[in-house]
Design a protein around this ligand. Structure first.
Ligand code: DCP
Ligand code: MG
Length: 464
């Protein structure tokens, strides 16, 4: 294990909720809850102001409404969060080639590998500067943990929350871990926690005292040995940069859950086409088609089908993805879909597929181009025709007379809009008929105004 605290873990604070507060001045300092607002919706996250009422991620929305009836309830805007995430990951990649993203708002960085830190002091300075840069570029706060291992760096950032930095000096790890709950350790969920508690073990220190043999008796060889090592703060897992290409995949998260089965099928076809374009772009073909579905309640399924040989034929990938979809129940709504191809070969076995390529398959190349065209057009068009437009709480709108705002609520043929922007003072509310022709959907505005020469302008285009 290394001897300097040069592994950094970053985790943005109340990520989706903070982004919404930054976008909507009237919500700053207030309880904000982001998630599915339908009858079976769950909380994605909430602001720290809402957490004092006991609201937390993955809680049923109905329960959150009972606990915090006066909070602002918003539908997530994944496009916005993804953009912010890219800015943040760009800043991390300026620190090191070894950046391991764990989710949109969380990543490990090996500072030593980037030569941006070599001891406690340089690591702390790098962490402080990073937090400042994140603030300047995104307008949001992130918490930083620094330690000599991934496990401790993550524990440190958790301790630092919200809006802080904690550095764990190498050598102090065991002392620090000892009084903490066993649940702090990675891989200890409710079941293992209960199991240990029945054996009288509730803290990390008690695991260390119990000894490896006892842990193995309690939890079996693999889990016991691993847990004992973690209790002693032994963790030599390296920071791994985004993996070498073992698969090519594309996915989309939807701002609003898709309930309509026909629409789900259409999206899967579109993703299959996009995936094949990527595959062809990289001069690859693959044997295994993978479908990924995340449902309204965050349960995530993957289904796969392996073909006899590798393909880069859009018709074949589409058909396989469609078949896989038929085995997945999507009635509660779908928030993410993905299509991937793995089992890659770096050539196309044209001859193998020669027999399979029918006139239809030949035509599909054309269709593919057409789909591409359509996708490009879609980007500039209103996604939903005005006649059947639905107003989603939290989404941006533009009124021809009153300017930019966001939907505060809607129903009974009315929509209430608050007119404010990230840089404005808290704005006023006005109510319109939901078919008001002067009102239209709008794209999110940047949270921080960009000026040429800002750190942001280099980060925005940053890549690994
Ligand atoms: N998220 C989600 N559903 C969950 C957990 C998280 O949709 N069950 C989303 C919303 C979060 C984001 O992922 O904003 C990041 O998750 P975190 O666990 O890091 O939670 P936050 O960033 O919201 O809060 P914290 O300050 O505790 O990190
Ligand atoms: Mg977070």
């Amino acid at each position: 294990m290394r001897t300097a605290p040069t592994i950094l873990h970053l985790d943005m604070d109340a990520f989706y909720a903070s982004a919404e507060q930054a976008a909507k001045p009237s919500l700053r300092g207030k309880a904000v809850i982001v998630g599915g607002l339908g009858p079976r919706g769950v909380v994605a996250t909430c602001s720290y102001e809402a957490r004092v009422f006991g609201v937390h991620s993955a809680m049923p929305m109905a329960q959150a409404r009972r606990l915090a009836p006066n909070a602002a309830y918003l539908v997530p805007r994944f496009g916005l969060y993804r953009e912010i995430s890219e800015q943040v990951m760009g800043l991390l990649r300026e620190l090191s080639p070894l950046v391991e993203p764990l989710s949109l708002d969380e990543a490990f960085v090996d500072l030593e590998a980037g030569q941006t830190a070599w001891d406690a002091e340089s690591a702390r300075l790098t962490g402080v500067k990073l937090r400042g840069d994140i603030r300047a570029v995104t307008g949001l706060t992130g918490s930083v943990g620094l330690a000599a291992s991934k496990m401790l760096a993550k524990i440190a950032s958790e301790e630092a929350k919200p809006d802080g930095l904690v550095l764990i000096e190498p050598g102090t790890e065991r002392e620090l871990l000892a009084p903490m709950s066993v649940r702090t350790l990675p891989g200890v969920g409710p079941a293992t926690g209960d199991h240990l508690r029945r054996a009288g073990i509730t803290t990390v220190g008690e695991i260390a005292e119990a000894g490896e043999d006892e842990l193995v008796r309690l939890l079996g060889k693999a889990h016991g040995v691993a847990l004992y090592a973690m209790a002693l703060a032994h963790d030599v897992r390296p920071v791994v940069a985004e993996r070498d290409t073992k698969s090519v995949s594309v996915e989309d998260t939807y701002d609003v859950d898709i309930h309509d089965r026909v629409r789900v099928r259409m999206e899967v076809q579109r993703l299959a086409d996009r995936c094949v374009r990527r595959l062809r772009g990289a001069h690859l073909s693959g044997r295994t088609i993978v479908l990924k579905v995340r449902r309204y309640d965050f349960s995530t399924l993957t289904r796969s089908e392996t073909l006899r040989g590798p393909t880069d034929d859009p018709a074949v990938v589409r058909e396989a993805a469609a078949r896989l979809l038929e085995s997945v129940d999507t009635t509660g709504g779908v928030r993410l879909l993905g299509v991937g191809v793995s089992g890659l070969a770096d050539y196309t076995q044209e001859d193998l597929f020669a027999q399979a390529r029918t006139a239809a398959a030949a035509a599909s190349a054309e269709e593919l181009e057409q789909a591409e065209q359509e996708e490009a057009e879609e980007a500039v068009e209103e996604p939903v025709p005005p006649a059947e437009r639905r107003w989603h709480a939290g989404h941006d709108v533009r009124h021809a007379e009153f300017g930019h705002g966001w939907v505060q609520g809607s129903g009974l043929g009315r929509v209430t809009v608050r007119f404010e922007t990230p840089g404005s003072l808290p704005g006023r509310v006005r109510t319109f008929r939901s078919d008001d022709p002067l009102l239209e959907g709008a794209e999110p505005l940047p949270l921080v105004e960009r000026r040429p020469g800002d750190v942001g302008s280099s980060a925005a285009g940053g890549e690994g």
